[in-house]
Design a protein around this ligand. Structure first.
Ligand code: SF4
Ligand code: SF4
Ligand code: FES
Length: 221
């Protein structure tokens, strides 16, 4: 067992646990984007970063790939952590303003301005789809190609690979494709529509089914 301190509270956990998992065991929620339980951690988005304090110095580390260590001191919500997370979400939103996951995260973090040039790339390179396809579906039909700004997720020769099982998992798990923001009127890259208190549209014969109702209304059976 390893003993560490997270946000001032001591915890004992098994060796090999990550700081993200240890914090989760204590009920501390650290925001994540490229992490998904059951898939290997990738450490790409850096949204899950925490402050690691050692010898009166501290560094920022991605908690999803950081193994627990004896005597470790972790801060999950310090001012430095919050500031760094906000910057990262701002950067990600600038490259994917239509991601509802990112818009919600920005609202929760109180982000009210994107200081970067908005350029919709449609992918934050989190690698969830690639890992899902390979590790969960044992398919490996998709992967990363290119480097730097040309890096993207693709299939070989841009055609549906033979290995693809048409499970739809790569879209389902994607924080950009599956949960696209439909607000359509982003102001400086920010939406915040989900957080406003405008009355929710309901069907004329609403039975309170709690299904979300879009512009066209949902199907009434
Ligand atoms: S739909 Fe095809 S490419 Fe996508 S995760 Fe499933 S097997 Fe992989
Ligand atoms: S397509 Fe989606 S899941 Fe795949 S790397 Fe890009 S953002 Fe992540
Ligand atoms: S969730 Fe840890 S780096 Fe993305």
């Amino acid at each position: 067992m390893v003993e560490l301190t997270i946000d001032g509270t001591k915890i004992r956990t098994v060796e090999g646990t990550t700081v993200l998992e240890a914090a989760g065991e204590m009920g501390i929620v650290i925001p994540t984007l490229c992490y998904y339980p059951g898939l290997s951690p990738y450490g790409a988005c850096r949204v899950c970063m925490v402050e690691v304090v050692k010898n009166n110095r501290s560094s920022l580390e991605a908690s999803c790939t950081l193994p627990v260590e004896q005597g470790q001191v972790i801060l999950t919500n310090s001012e430095r952590v919050r500031k760094a997370r906000k910057l990262i979400v701002e950067l990600l939103l600038a490259s994917c303003p239509n991601s509802k996951t990112l818009q919600d995260m920005a609202s929760n973090m109180g982000i009210n301005k994107i200081r970067f040039k908005i350029k919709d790339r449609g992918c934050i390179l989190c690698g969830l789809c690639v890992r899902y396809c390979k590790e969960q579906m044992q398919s490996g039909g998709i992967g990363f190609i290119g480097r730097g700004t040309s890096r993207k997720v693709s299939t070989a020769f841009d055609v549906t690979p033979e290995e693809c099982r048409n499970c739809g998992g790569c879209e389902w798990i994607c924080p950009v494709c599956e949960r696209a923001c439909t607000a359509g009127n982003l102001i400086d890259g920010l939406c915040g529509g989900c957080q406003n208190l405008a009355p929710v549209e309901t069907c004329p014969i609403c039975t309170g089914c709690s299904e979300s109702v879009g512009m066209q209304g949902h199907k009434v059976y």
